[in-house]
Structures are given as C-alpha cells and as structure tokens.
Design a protein around this ligand. Structure first.
Ligand SMILES: [Zn+2]
Length: 78
C-alpha cells in the first residue's frame, strides 16, 4: 500500500507550540507559548506563555485532556 492509497483520517486535535526566541546568553526575545484545540469536544486549553508553563502544559494536555474528552466526533449530517 502506498501513502496515496491510504484513507485520510480526521484531524482530532491540534497542539500549537511556539518555541519563542532566546539569545545565546539566555534572554528571551519572545517567550514560548502553547495552546490546544480539540476538534472532538470543541474545547480549547491555554494559551500559556513561558518556557516552564509551556513544558508543563504540554504534559498536562497529553495526560489530562484525553481522559476527560469522551465526546465522540460531531456527525457531518445536521
Ligand atoms: Zn477534547
């Protein structure tokens, strides 16, 4: 099977992470940030800003959102 023959899968969620910009001496020119959009339940989490909040946010989303997001995907028909 080739990738061309693979069936497309619906996008369930998007985790946006901006890694920011840091100088060589450790000063942040722009802080990292992150937010999460879930297409299963329609929920959003974040945004959070800063290197430590972003790191713990990513872990939180992976661990916690999946356990409480039990809403099935919305039906295409009205
Ligand atoms: Zn969800």
């Amino acid at each position: 099977m080739t990738a061309r023959n693979a069936r497309p899968r619906a996008l369930a969620a998007v985790l946006h992470v901006d890694f920011g910009q840091c100088t060589r001496d450790g000063r942040w020119l722009s802080q990292p940030s992150a937010r999460y959009e879930c297409y299963r339940c329609g929920g959003t989490e974040g945004p959070v800003t800063g290197p430590h909040p972003v790191a713990s946010f990513v872990e939180h989303v992976k661990r916690v959102h999946a356990t409480r997001c039990a809403t099935p995907p919305a039906a295409d028909a009205a």
